[in-house]
Write a protein that binds this ligand. Sequence first.
Ligand code: HEM
Length: 527
Amino acid sequence: MTDAAKTGPAPGDDRGPLTNRQGHPVHDNQSQRTVGARGPATLENYQFLEKISHFDRERIPERVVHARGVTAYGFFEAYGAWGDEPVGRYTRAKLFQERGRRTDVAVRFSTVIGGRDSSEAARDPRGFAVKFYTEDGNWDLVGNNLGVFFIRDAIKFPDVIHALKPDPVDFEQKPNRIFDFMSQTPEAMHMLVNLFSPRGIPADYRHMQGFGVNTYKWVNAEGSTVLVKYHWMPKQGVRSMTEADAAHVQADGLGHATKDLYEAIGRSEHPEWELLVQIMEDGEHPELDFDPLDDTKTWPEREFPPKPVGRMVLDRMPENFFADNEQISFGTGVLVDGLDFSDDKMLVGRTFSYSDTQRYRVGPNYLQLPVNHAKNAQVRTNQRDGQMTYHVDGGGENPTVNYEPSIRGGLREAECPAHDEQGPEIRGRLTRKRIPRTNDYLQAGQRYLLMEQWERDDLVRNLVGQLSRCDRPVQERMVWHFLLVENDLGLRIGEGLGIRPEDVADLEPLAGQDLTEDDKERLANLG
Ligand code: HEM
């Protein structure tokens, strides 16, 4: 009798038998085939080779940013109007039109800098990415929890991420590298004031806000456009952690926020967010003290009141973490009719980056995977083949015609919307310039002043803690920036580091830095 026969099913065991991927039954999953019990192994052992070589390929590259995250499913329900104003006045996107209309969604929450198994209690922005499976195809809204970002031009993204990631030599995340970069990047101040406040460590994913951050456009049936910013507000409220809370949570495990989401949805406590939009007439808005295409700025709510357009409920967790969470692929280029890009220089760069990395990370046919597939729309393309093609995208009546145009069947172009030109006319010469009205400090200072006293104290403590591990010139430049952000903030951080305003009064503005009159006045008063 062979070993295989000995390990076969017990009498009465009616579970399905194990097979390999070729459908061959596996009689013995305990021992490889060898010549004799102690023997050399044989290379033709297909079952063993298939198992081990598949295992060798179980990992795909993790996301270069936002590697740690969790996905959940649910629906978005439109309100159709705010007050007596129909949403259709601003956008023709179908998912927003009628009250009560539901669209399936998948949401992935994430941290940014750590790897796949890193701590979810880290001080780090959180990703808030929503995929709407609409009848017009998918729409992805890929945002964060802080409302602004470190930089305003996509060409700086690899640099800011390299500074925030671990040192390439000894793989340690170092404040001195982070603040070396930030001290030369005045537009980062608004983000830093948020990130080092308690909001920089959300209690979990259910209790945080989400923001589209970049400026998008809405297009209505007449082809008129407006600029919009998106906001997700949690019905559960917003909760954050101090560093001490986070240390405590982290000591108990690195994935508390993922666990919290699985457990809450498991208890049928379905988290809910309201989606609000701020709307601005399409244009440059010279009357504002910031550029509406600048993602380091928020839009004042008094002038641009957020309008509620729908709610989102998450009610189902994935059945397979890899298929649904590792392979899900979001991108800012994934829009539907009625929604559009603005010229925000971050947004344009992001739009290239997402699908580019996904073709590498997941593979060229990533959009055929169930989690990414536009399941509520008809997908009919002439794209064929490539690694891991899962099926032939719906074609025309003649399957040999995988090209267009043709008089032999195949696919035809879709009808154009009635207004295929939209938006203001744009003129300019090719150049490499910063946008005007950078105004890097004002909103950062306003944010500081809006904080409660304990939040300010926490912010100062966190920044002093990190900056005290930096070189003196980096500390001095950061104190210089914070004095321009808000005198009190600069004084307190300086005090924590032993740096007085007069110690930094002689520092010149950074090359190309565009200071406001108010900034210049603050600078003149430093000495
Ligand atoms: C993920 C690039 C700015 C939010 C990613 C990924 C890349 C990337 C390459 C990995 C995608 C994947 O592997 O599937 C960029 C570039 C940016 C930028 C080049 C700036 C030019 C931002 C900003 C936000 C943001 C400003 C927030 C508003 C996210 C989120 C994810 C992500 C939420 C995770 C998506 C998921 O859960 O799969 N980004 N990003 N990114 N990014 Fe960005």
